[in-house]
Design a binder for this molecule. Structure first.
Ligand SMILES: Cc1cc2nc3c(=O)[nH]c(=O)nc-3n(C[C@H](O)[C@H](O)[C@H](O)COP(=O)(O)OP(=O)(O)OC[C@H]3O[C@@H](n4cnc5c(N)ncnc54)[C@H](O)[C@@H]3O)c2cc1C
Length: 593
């Protein structure tokens, strides 16, 4: 098979990406499928149908699940074999994340263990630190946690008040402060804790639960994910040996931000898996519940909900595995020494900080959409705790808050795109002039019809041009004040998200069409057509709101006319597409792609 081109971060905004350069889930290897099956079987047997037991938050149960997960190689997906891990590729690691999406709130405990609980040590630890902690985190003998948040330092994580002062004999640091909302906190044996050395230099430390001066507070009473532990961690002259400083003094931000990049795309895989499990619950109920003498799954409005669930999940799946493969490809370019250096690995992943943030935002919002419609399909029963919809609805909500709130992630998306453009890493402004010429010559009546997805290819191209036209106006008119115009930043981020999502779904469907033919690819094509039809209208709306803020008078009228021209795509029969998708979902009783 031809090798995929290595993508650079944000490149999708300025290039026509080819289908052969994008990985899609139809290409999983047998080995990757086996990884998924092992994780899925574990989740199904022990966790998915065991929600009440999970909710008890019983430490013995939790430790047993971690031990079993460890025996199956599911705790240390990203950790190299020399430290007791599996050294999986990122696609496989996301497959584990996807399967865990059905594990109820153990999913949160587990993703903490495999992510923020162990990655700081793997990526930034010394050889001794890695040897000491990682093998035990891999088997589940140790449970990991990550302490960044404080009452005054949430989204503004660098504003930490926790301090670290070197002891007189230079043998240890004394940490003082309180961390809040710490996942796995009640059970954690080893924690990455951030504190400011001498009140200034933001630094990571490895803290063990037995260290003098370490304690935890009471469990938080939460809206959802009640089977996960969330406690404050209290540090009162907590004695941390100097050999437990993680990485470089004053470079804690590197640990914090890089670990978040990984956490974000993993959260996307988890949410997507959760959406698939939820969809199966929804369709089962819709097939059983009878009103007006008919199964409710026969009503058009219910079918529309089921179809929308499936389409959004298909799109999430497309971006998750496209990104995971892009990271794997990038890792493949590292030499042996670089691959062994966690810092280099983190840098390779940082290339895709925008795509990681997109996957987090789109995945979490897809799951929220799916669980919301699950409640609606359950009707009154959806509101009653005895039924699964109520818990799913509450459990999902946290995903928009942790790993950086979705607002912070939207700031990252627009901010990093503009930063890359300013630094000359992404030829955004260079592409604008070509785009403007293309827009002025563009004839909207000349939509291509030479293949089933030709119109959607044009819609994607036009969406990119709408974005470029908008960003051009923003850079000319608003750049200096943009920081304070967050509404504009948010609208731009939304446009970037939709372009990446549409493109990923489209290239995947085109590839499937090319290899399997029209009949087999019918549903994927339907999903992409329905999604693109809605999204081009959304793109126009997002753009016009920005333009009306930045421009006025004739200049605005001209821009709006250009956007309208680009957004006027031939109307598709979206109802028929969604019906076909719902039909398959109702028959197969699961995610239909
Ligand atoms: C169940 C749970 C588990 C958690 N697990 C962990 C953990 O294991 N380790 C850990 O360190 N932390 C953890 N957290 C903390 C979590 O990461 C933070 O809650 C999150 O980062 C938001 O911080 P905050 O709660 O202080 O909200 P704030 O930062 O106060 O935000 C409040 C609102 O303001 C918005 N906002 C803030 N700044 C901006 C801005 N610049 N522009 C626009 N909008 C803004 C936010 O998006 C949000 O909508 C957990 C939280 C919960 C609830």
């Amino acid at each position: 098979m031809k090798e995929r081109k290595i993508m650079s971060g944000g490149e999708f905004l300025v290039s026509d990406i080819k289908q052969e350069d994008v990985f899609s889930p139809e290409e999983f290897t047998n080995e990757q499928k086996m990884v998924y099956k092992a994780a899925f079987d574990f989740v199904k047997k022990e966790l998915a149908e065991n929600a009440e037991e999970v909710e008890k938050k019983d430490e013995t149960n939790v430790r047993n699940w971690f031990t079993t997960a460890g025996e199956l190689g599911l705790n240390a997906t990203d950790i190299p074999e020399e430290y007791g891990g599996e050294g999986m590729d990122k696609i496989s690691a996301c497959l584990v994340g996807e399967a865990m999406g059905g594990a109820n709130s153990f999913a949160v405990s587990h993703s903490c263990q495999t992510g923020i609980g162990s990655l700081p040590i793997y990526l930034f630890g010394t050889e001794e630190q890695k040897q000491k902690y990682l093998p035990k985190l891999a088997t589940g003998e140790m449970i990991g946690a990550y302490c960044l948040t404080e009452s005054g330092a949430g989204s503004d994580a660098m504003n930490a008040a926790t301090t670290a002062v070197l002891s007189e004999d230079g043998s240890h640091y004394l940490l003082n402060g309180e961390k809040i909302f710490i996942t796995n906190g009640a059970w954690a044996d080893v924690l990455t804790v951030f504190a400011k050395v001498d009140g200034e230099k933001f630094t990571g430390f490895i803290v063990e639960k037995g260290f003098e001066g370490y304690s935890i507070g009471a469990e938080e009473a939460k809206l959802g994910i009640k089977g996960s532990s969330t406690v404050p961690v209290i540090l009162k002259d907590c004695k941390v040996p100097v050999e437990n400083v993680l990485f470089t003094i004053g470079a804690g931000h590197k640990i914090a931000f890089n670990v978040l990049n990984i956490g974000r795309y993993k959260l996307g895989s988890n949410a997507m898996g959760g959406a698939k499990f939820t969809m199966a619950t929804a369709v089962k109920y819709a097939n059983e519940r009878v009103q007006f003498g008919r199964k409710i799954s026969s009503f058009g409005m219910i079918r529309n909900k089921l179809a929308q669930m499936a389409i959004k999940t298909y799109m999430t799946e497309s971006i998750v595995y496209r990104l995971a493969a892009a990271i794997d490809d990038k890792m493949g370019t590292l030499d042996e020494a670089a691959r062994k250096s966690g810092e280099e690995v983190a840098k390779a992943i940082e290339e895709y900080s925008v795509e990681c943030a997109i996957t987090k935002v789109f995945g979490s919002e897809t799951l929220d959409y799916v669980v919301d419609e699950l409640v609606q399909i359950y009707g009154g029963n959806g509101y009653i705790a005895e039924y699964p919809a109520e818990r799913a609805y509450r459990d999902s909500r946290i995903n928009r808050i942790f790993e950086g709130t979705n607002e912070i992630n939207r700031l990252v998306i627009t901010g990093n795109i503009l930063k890359m453009a300013m630094k000359g890493k992404l030829p955004l402004l260079e592409t604008v002039s070509a785009a403007l010429e293309e827009i002025s010559a563009y004839d909207s009546s000349a939509f291509k019809k030479d293949s089933p997805l030709a119109a959607q290819e044009q819609i994607l191209k036009n969406s990119k041009n709408i974005f470029l036209l908008t960003v051009n106006t923003v850079t000319q008119k608003l750049l200096e004040t943009l920081q304070e115009d967050q509404e504009v930043i948010e609208l731009l981020a939304e446009m970037v998200i939709e372009i990446f999502v549409m493109e990923s779904g489209l290239l995947r469907a085109q590839k499937y069409l090319g290899t399997k033919g029209e009949k087999k690819a019918e549903l994927q094509v339907a999903a992409v057509k329905a999604y693109c039809a809605d999204t081009i209208l959304k793109m126009a709306g997002l753009s016009k709101n920005v333009l009306a803020f930045a421009e006025s008078g004739e200049a605005l009228e001209k821009l709006i006319a250009d956007v309208d021209k680009l957004a006027s795509a031939p109307m598709e029969n979206t109802i028929a597409f969604k019906r076909a998708i719902a039909e398959k979902l109702i028959k197969s009783k699961k995610y239909p792609f």
